[in-house]
Design a protein around this ligand. Structure first.
Ligand SMILES: [Zn+2]
Length: 173
């Protein structure tokens, strides 16, 4: 059972190290928190630069892939399937290669759409955190500086001192 925010953050980083494509639902279950909390933690890790989001874009000419809405996904040959989503209820969405359109047999195919682009997201932990003063990557445990509800990181006590001076200067003005 993880309790405080820092524990949840480091647990999430560990989980993402094992599987960068773990879903929010899986993350929240493993952490024992709600999906809303998990998504807040994920966003804050992204903002702090402790994890990065990778977008894999498959740029395709029009008609390179086809999205099929069907009640009979099993009838689509495995070799044609790029991705399949079973929806609540009876229907499925199946991303297929267009050359397979001719091979579609079976009943219950409801609609097809031509796909232009496909985006695949995954999250991956960044090795270390960046020092908010000098910008260097920090190996090991960073020194944390709290500022207006945000956590900033310093690589060493010199940077910590200068960072505090800088943020406190901002606060005063
Ligand atoms: Zn530094």
């Amino acid at each position: 059972m993880v309790s405080d925010r820092a524990d949840i953050e480091s647990m999430m980083i560990t989980l993402l190290q094992r599987d960068a494509r773990m879903s929010l639902t899986d993350l929240s279950e493993r952490l024992g928190v709600t999906r809303v909390t998990a998504s807040k933690v994920l966003r804050s890790l992204l903002e702090k630069g402790r994890i990065r989001r990778f977008t894999v874009i498959t740029d395709m000419d029009e008609g390179d892939m086809v999205l099929l809405r069907t009640r009979d996904p099993e009838s689509v040959p495995d070799s044609c399937v790029v991705e399949r989503l079973d929806l609540l209820g009876e229907e499925s969405l199946v991303l297929i290669r267009p050359e397979c359109l001719r091979e579609l047999s079976g009943q219950g195919h409801l609609a097809i759409e031509y796909v232009k682009k496909r985006y695949v997201y995954s999250f991956s932990p960044v090795r270390g955190v960046k020092c908010d003063y000098c910008g260097k990557f920090i190996d090991g445990k960073p020194i944390e500086v709290e500022f207006m509800g945000r956590t900033l990181y310093a690589c060493c006590t010199n940077c910590e001192r200068d960072l505090r001076r800088r943020v406190e200067g901002v606060e005063v003005r």
